[in-house]
Design a binder for this molecule. Structure first.
Ligand code: C2E
Ligand code: MG
Ligand code: MG
Ligand code: MG
Length: 296
């Protein structure tokens, strides 16, 4: 009997494994089909100057519209794309799409330094990336200040020398980097020192904690003050991610954080809607209840 139970257990395990494999294969196929059939869409979420509420840029965030499964989020398809190597093609698509709309956004914002930031996975940081970026600069990007590349600390871990060289080459084109989800990885400070970073995006877990009271909040405030000082000393603007509530915005502003992003201002929206929002007010109109009208 014990033997039989054991065999059942093995069979159950094998069945689960087969199911998981099938899910994975379906997800991979979805990314492939999405690339081939144009199911991916670029959405953009505003990044605002906290003191004025004015949009200074936006982050490009990818969506997959599946004909039967509906909306698929990056948390599902980005890891699949990374593991299968499809991230290279997907990354090129995002950069090309961003570059295509940037000229209109810069014009609508009436701000020559208006930027779109694009997320980079480690697998995209290879020898071809500087070439693609110089091509984009030659064929339509108004200037290098209009594109920012967001990179996570984890992406910098592998082969640091090679990555550093490629990032330096991109830096020489004038394109800037933002350190994404700052504070969630380890040795964040080490990366600020070693890589050509121009902007720090503080992870939304800090924003959440800043908006709450208690001991955790006291510690987070201390960390945020240090980060703001670091930003000032090095001339790097700080962006607070995931601002949902007025209190979170106000406390970040008090701490001296320059820029913010989050549902309080706007959710990620189709690039066309983002362009309309910008054009309607040169970048002043968001959900922020205090600062939704252009200051005259
Ligand atoms: P991320 O780069 O840290 O992007 C911020 C995420 O926070 C986005 O999730 C955004 O929709 C969400 N967010 C913004 N404001 C708020 C808020 O107020 N509250 C809450 N709860 N969430 C907020 P999303 O779009 O699901 O993207 C998740 C992650 O997927 C991104 O994190 C990024 O790491 C990755 N990703 C998205 N698009 C791309 C892409 O084109 N390429 C690469 N390599 N990665 C991407
Ligand atoms: Mg990001
Ligand atoms: Mg982030
Ligand atoms: Mg993130």
């Amino acid at each position: 009997r014990a033997k039989e139970t054991g065999r059942n257990r093995v069979e159950r395990f094998e069945r689960r494994l087969a199911e998981a494999l099938l899910v994975r294969q379906t997800q991979e196929q979805d990314v492939r089909s999405g690339l081939a059939k144009g199911w991916f869409e670029l959405t953009i979420q505003p990044i605002v100057r906290l003191a004025t509420g004015r949009m200074v840029g936006g982050e490009a965030l990818l969506r997959l519209h599946h004909p039967t499964r509906g909306l698929v989020m990056p948390a599902e398809f980005i890891p699949v794309a990374e593991e299968t190597g499809l991230i290279e093609e997907l990354g090129r698509l995002v950069l090309r799409e961003a570059a295509r709309i940037i000229p209109a956004l810069v014009a609508a914002a009436r701000n020559p330094d208006f930027f779109v930031s694009v997320n980079l996975s480690g697998g995209q940081v290879n020898r071809d990336l500087p070439n693609l970026l110089s091509e984009l600069l030659e064929t339509g990007l108004p200037g290098p200040s209009n594109l920012v590349l967001e990179i996570m600390e984890t992406a910098l871990l592998e082969d640091a020398d090679e990555v550093n060289e490629i990032l330096s080459e991109i830096s020489r084109l004038g394109i800037r980097f933002a350190l994404d989800d700052f504070g969630t990885g380890y040795s964040s400070l080490n990366y600020v020192d070693r890589f050509p970073v121009s902007m720090i995006k503080v992870d939304r877990s800090f924003t959440r904690s800043i908006g709450q009271d208690g001991e955790q909040n006291r510690r987070t405030r201390a960390l945020m003050r240090t980060t703001v000082t670091l930003g000032r000393e090095l001339g790097l603007p700080i962006v607070a991610e995931g601002i949902e509530r007025v209190e979170e915005r106000d406390r970040m502003l008090e701490l001296g954080v320059d820029l913010g992003q989050g549902y309080l201002f706007a959710r990620p929206m189709p690039a066309r809607d983002f362009l309309e929002l910008l054009a309607a007010s040169a970048g002043y109109r968001t959900n922020d209840p205090d600062r939704s009208a252009p200051p005259d």
